[in-house]
Design a protein around this ligand. Sequence first.
Ligand code: NAP
Length: 290
Amino acid sequence: MTKFIYLIGYPLKHSISPEFQQAALDYYGLDVRYQLREVEEGLLASVVEDLRMPQSLGANVTVPYKERVLSLLDRTDDLARVVGAVNTIVNDGGSLVGYNTDVVGFVTALKDADFEPRDRRAVILGAGGAARAVGFALVREKVAWLAVVNRTKARADRLVSDLANYARAKGLATQVLALAWAESELRVAVKSCELIVNCTTLGMRHTAQEGESPLTEDMLGEGVLVYDLVYNPRETALLKVAKRAGAKTLSGLPMLVHQGAAAFKLWTQKEPPLSVMFRAAENALTKMGG
Ligand code: NAP
């Protein structure tokens, strides 16, 4: 019987996960298809319920459902529960288990880019599912200071309160604070930090926000690393702005492949063929003109 893995989200036109996940499945000759399921809000529960069928191995979950999907699952592993966001679901014999592989994907890509987060100052733009993974990753990596800036301030407050509780429980000294999405606040936070991570959807191809950057050139100091989780296009408006300002840049593509590789291992129990996945992801982006 052919098995299936789905990508659940909305919108999904920008996604290249099918290309690099299918390449990894084909590398092992597995009879498994990785398919997009663009799901409108009201249908999320029934689409997740369908993942219990024997032909389903599970799913990836993306914008905007990473937090909402938690309550629809039977259980989550410790990390996904702490983070409060799930990007990978495994169908364990009809029981749905949630994981968060964004945390490991984010940190692996950051360290591959030679950035050691310990004792550094960081700013996260956004407070959705991806920002939650990045926030917990940075606190676990022992950053000294972390600001979360979000358009909906209450959401940033919630994330910061969860991060502060986690840091306290683990005896970590990270200072965390929430800031409103106002130019004056953004300017101060961004000027004094060493790492900026864009976890908003601003700049995503095939959306109304394509071509938009959350920051302007004059806000950025030289030497800061600007890490944009948006990976399509490869060079977002934010990364262009950062390069012009003399900042270092990191695209979301390596994180995408590393989070996908960790998910692949959860579904198949096989070692992810990383170079095959990277090649397929690069080719898919090029084909899309990214
Ligand atoms: P999400 O849960 O829907 O959160 C979206 C975030 O974007 C929220 O903080 C939202 O603010 C903010 N936002 C949306 N429109 C905005 C605007 N016009 N101005 C300012 N802020 C705005 O999405 P997500 O799952 O966290 O994903 C966020 C991005 O990260 C997506 O582009 C996704 O593709 C990318 N991502 C990449 C990877 C990777 O591996 N590279 C992994 C995960 C996610 P409000 O709270 O005010 O709505």
